[in-house]
Design a protein around this ligand. Structure first.
Ligand SMILES: Cc1ncc(COP(=O)(O)O)c(C=O)c1O
Length: 483
């Protein structure tokens, strides 16, 4: 489908579109120059659906196609009195998705329909966008539910060790704690770095050396679990590199990918992790209570390790064969993880519509746009506050995501005052019109006497460079007022 058809099928208000498109999406000559300095200005010009291909470059996506992104912005019903920059917590359904949700709910009520089934046809429509087969893509309740499916379904033995990090979300930490209490597993956490002075190799070294140390002490390391990206600093832990560590040590791999669907155009069969638990309601802009759970169900060159022994723990579809690691490749393992009594089918049909919209626009094109906005934001923060204020790395392309965390305070140690960070977030909404919706995130920093409470900003398809400029100026003004 061409870009024009995608947008037409979204029933955009053409008059409104023309008006906003003429504003060229905020990429003024000076901002364009800024991007060129960043190295975002040298790519080939492409238009239309050609940009949906993996060859799309930041310059082509940002600079050559302003009108397209202005039209994408118009697909959302977002309250114009606020600039929503907390997609890391929740996204927003576009109009077309809301329409599916409403129509399907109405139809379900009219026909008094049940929601039994494995949603096989719906999963088959979504799976190619994530690079996997339908039997490997399950719908879950959200990222947390996906993490429970993954962690609590494994056949843990007392004394098994799982290596993870000190920056995990409760969505992963809670099932880990349950597995520790119930099965006697041990949890070993590597301490993550923050800021720009890090590279993908840092993570390989951290995990590899921890696994070696544990094994040298006679520990039975069985699995590695990590968030990519970290919701705290926005650091993208490098999945491909960490999968090499996992394979070298023959371990089970669990990725808390809450933010991946809808942000990053990853091919999960090529990455080869055993589990990836993502949200459907954040960057993918599906309804709340939806998630995408990828479960490896076949051996590929990307991960030739045996499938881990895994049992569905929340299901009404089970047979001895419907179990990970059974070797029965024809078994639809994702059906077991999806089906559990009567499901909210309108909700999942709406998620599928959102996924199809992303596939139509081009997942790589969306990723490039989100990351370029985020790169622009990071450079604007560095320009004002200095690179030391960033918790997110910016220079290693393997470590970047569309979430940016930083310290806005003139007195840097104020970032250890959680109430002050909370006030900053509150005032960014109340003191400006439109107000900005941000969040604070607290995390340990190696060597710091207390947790830092960074300010986190998400950049997505409904933003443009003008939003970033206004945000940076507003944050700068507020940081001066709060000094
Ligand atoms: C890293 C991470 N994991 C899990 C979750 C939980 O997501 P959900 O609300 O989809 O369960 C979040 C939510 O912000 C997150 O950031």
């Amino acid at each position: 489908m061409s870009d024009n058809n995608i947008l037409a099928s979204a029933r955009i208000d053409e008059n409104k579109t023309a008006a906003s498109a003429s504003s060229a999406n905020g990429w003024s000559a000076s901002r364009r120059a800024f991007l060129r300095v960043l190295g975002y200005g040298a790519g080939a010009a492409m238009t239309g659906s050609a940009m949906a291909s993996a060859a799309a470059t930041p310059s082509s996506v940002l600079l050559q196609d302003d009108a397209f992104w202005a039209r994408v912005q118009d697909m959302f019903v977002l309250n114009p009195n606020k600039t929503f920059m907390n997609i890391g917590t929740g996204g927003s359904m576009p109009r077309v998705v809301l329409d599916v949700f409403n129509q399907e709910n109405h139809l379900k009520a009219m026909e008094s329909a049940s929601g039994y089934g494995t949603l096989a046809e719906l999963r088959a429509r979504v799976a190619p966008g994530f690079g996997v087969d339908a039997d490997e893509l399950a719908f879950s309740g959200n990222a947390s539910s996906g993490m429970c499916h993954a962690i609590l379904g494994l056949d843990w033995q007392a004394g098994d060790v799982i290596v993870t990090t000190n920056h995990e979300h409760s969505g992963g930490n809670i099932p880990l704690a349950i597995a520790a209490d119930r099965y006697g597993i041990e949890i070993s956490r590597v301490e993550l770095p923050v800021g720009n002075a890090q590279s993908a190799a840092t993570y390989v070294e951290l995990f590899d050396s921890r696994i070696r140390q544990l094994r040298a002490r006679g520990k039975r390391v069985r699995a590695v679990m990590w968030s990519a990206p970290s919701y705290k600093t926005g650091t993208m832990l490098p999945i491909a590199e960490l999968m090499e560590v996992v394979k070298k040590h023959e371990l089970i791999s669990i990725v808390d990918g809450a933010h991946l669907p809808g942000m990053m155009a990853y091919d999960y069969a090529a990455l080869g992790m055993d589990f990836m638990a993502g949200a459907g309601h954040k960057w993918q802009c599906g309804p709340s209570s939806t998630g995408i759970l990828v479960i490896r169900n076949k051996l590929r060159a990307s991960n030739p390790l045996p499938l881990p022994k895994w049992y569905p723990i929340h299901t009404n579809v089970y047979s001895r064969q419907a179990r990970g690691g059974s070797g029965a490749a024809s078994v639809d393992i994702a059906a077991s993880a999806t089906s559990c009594g009567s499901l909210h089918t309108p909700m999942f049909k709406s998620l599928v519509r959102a996924c199809e919209m992303w596939d139509g626009i081009g997942r790589k094109k969306i990723e490039t746009y989100d990351l370029a906005l985020s790169a622009y934001l990071k450079e604007r923060i560095v320009e004002r506050w200095g690179v030391g204020a960033l918790y997110s790395p910016k220079d290693d392309p393997k470590l970047v995501s569309a979430m940016t965390s930083f310290n806005p305070f003139k007195t840097p140690t104020d970032i250890m005052d959680g109430r002050k960070a909370e006030q900053f977030v509150g005032r960014m909404q109340s003191d400006f019109a439109p107000g900005f919706v941000l969040r604070k995130v607290d995390f340990a920093v190696v060597g710091a006497p207390a947790n830092h409470h960074g300010i986190r900003i998400s950049t997505h398809v409904w933003h443009d460079a003008g939003d970033i400029d206004r945000l940076v100026e507003s944050m700068w003004a507020l940081s001066e007022k709060m000094a």
